[in-house]
Write a protein that binds this ligand. Structure first.
Ligand SMILES: [Zn+2]
Length: 352
C-alpha cells in the first residue's frame, strides 16, 4: 500500500513530488544475454495521496493499449494531482515482441495474465512477480487494459465481486462505475475464471487492492473510431482518479448501470473469411434479438458461405470484428445476455 506521507520509492529510486519519473527495472537475463526489463513511469502529484497503478499490454497481441499509457503520461499534470499514478506501458515485453497474446516458450504458464502468484522460474512467473513488486505493491487501486486482437474490438469494463474481503469487491465496483460506462461486467474473478492468477484477481484477492479491467477498443478499424476508444479509456482513467481523490471533481458516473455477468461467445467453428453484419458502432448500444445474423464466414477457396454466426440470446454485443481471416474458434462476437438471471439495472449509488 502507498505511504501517503512519504515519497514513493520504486526499485530504490525516489519519485520526487510534482514530477514524472521513469525507472527501468531489470527483471531477468535471457539466453542471448539481453536483459528483460520492466519500465515503470510514475507521475507523482504535488500533494501526497493515494496511488493508482495503470498496467497495459499484459497480453502482447493487445498492443494498442500502450497508446493509453502514452496519453496519460502526456496529458496529466502533477500540479493537479493529490497522489500518484504508476504507469507500466508494456507489462509483457516478451509477448509484445512476438505480437502474441502469450509468451512463446515451453512453459506450463505462457499467459502472463494467468501467472500472478506463480512461484516457478517461468518467464511469466518472474515478470508477474516484478509487476507485483514494482507496481502493485505501491498502489491503492489498479486498472488493467485488454481489448480485441487486431481485427476485433470490445466494449465493457469488468470488476470482481467475490474477493475474500467484501469491501474490496464493493470498492472495485465503485472504480468500475467511475470509469463512466453505463454497463459493468461483475464476475467471480477470484474464485472462478481465471482464479486469483490474473493480475486484477491477484491484486484483489491476495493483496487486497481493488481494481477493474477495461476491455474497450481494438485495432484494424477506422482511425476516428479507434481514436474515440482511446479517448473513452483516458476519460475512464481520469474518472477513476477522481473517484480515488487523486484528481478534483466528480467521476462521470452513469445514472443507471446495467450490471451483468453472463456472456456468450459466438465464434466460428470453421476457418475462412469473417464478414461482419453487426456494425462496430452498435457495440454495447444496439440490442440483437435471438437468431439475428451477426456475421458470416465464407471460404476463400470455394468462395461459398460456410457458416452463419447468429445471436444465441437476446442481448448487447460486447465484441465485434472487422472483416478478417479466422481460424476455427478465433474471436468474432461476445454477447451480453440481457435475459440471464444476474443481469440487472442498478440505479444511482445503489450497490449491485
Ligand atoms: Zn488480454
Amino acid at each position: 500500500m502507498s505511504e501517503p506521507d512519504a515519497t514513493l520509492q520504486i526499485a530504490g529510486t525516489h519519485m520526487p513530488r510534482g514530477r514524472t519519473t521513469h525507472v527501468r527495472v531489470p527483471v531477468l537475463t535471457d539466453l542471448d544475454g539481453s536483459d528483460i526489463a520492466l519500465h515503470v513511469h510514475v507521475i507523482a502529484g504535488v500533494r501526497p495521496g493515494p496511488t493508482l497503478a495503470v498496467v497495459t499490454v499484459l497480453h502482447g497481441g493487445e498492443w494498442q493499449a500502450v497508446d493509453i499509457s502514452l496519453a496519460l503520461l502526456d496529458r496529466l499534470d502533477p500540479a493537479e494531482m493529490t497522489g500518484n499514478l504508476i504507469v507500466v506501458p508494456i507489462a509483457n515485453p516478451l509477448a509484445f515482441a512476438t505480437g502474441t497474446r502469450n509468451i512463446v516458450d515451453e512453459s506450463d504458464s505462457p499467459d502472463l495474465n494467468r501467472s500472478f502468484g506463480g512461484e516457478q522460474a517461468w518467464l511469466a512467473d518472474q515478470l508477474g512477480r516484478a509487476i507485483v513488486d514494482h507496481a502493485l505493491s505501491h498502489a491503492d487501486a489498479v486498472l488493467d487494459f485488454h481489448s480485441g486482437l487486431w481485427g476485433g474490438t470490445m466494449g465493457s469494463v469488468t470488476c470482481g465481486r467475490d474477493y475474500a474481503d467484501p469491501a474490496v469487491s464493493q470498492r472495485s465496483y465503485e472504480l468500475a462505475r467511475a470509469f463512466g460506462r453505463p454497463h459493468v461486467r461483475r464476475g467471480d474473478l477470484a474464485t472462478r475464471f481465471p482464479g486469483p492468477k490474473s493480475m486484477v484477481g491477484y491484486a484483489g484477492q491476495v493483496l487486497g487492492i481493488p481494481g477493474a479491467i477495461s476491455e474497450i477498443g481494438g485495432t484494424g478499424f477506422a482511425p476516428e473510431i479507434e481514436a474515440q476508444w482511446l479517448e473513452d479509456n483516458v476519460a475512464g482513467v481520469r474518472g477513476v482518479m477522481q473517484e480515488l481523490g487523486i484528481l478534483d471533481g466528480d467521476p462521470p458516473r452513469a445514472a443507471e448501470v446495467l450490471v451483468f455477468d453472463a456472456v456468450r461467445r459466438v465464434n466460428p467453428t470453421i476457418g475462412g473469411m469473417l464478414e461482419p453484419v453487426f456494425p462496430p458502432e452498435g457495440m454495447m448500444r444496439d440490442v440483437a434479438e435471438q437468431g439475428d445474423l451477426l456475421g458470416r464466414v465464407w471460404s476463400p477457396y470455394t468462395l461459398d458461405v460456410v457458416e452463419e454466426l447468429r445471436a444465441p440470446v437476446r442481448g448487447l454485443v460486447d465484441m465485434v470484428p472487422r472483416p478478417y481471416p479466422v481460424r476455427p474458434g478465433d474471436w468474432a462476437y461476445l454477447m451480453l445476455d440481457l435475459d440471464a438471471p444476474g443481469t440487472r439495472t442498478v440505479v444511482g449509488d445503489e450497490l449491485p
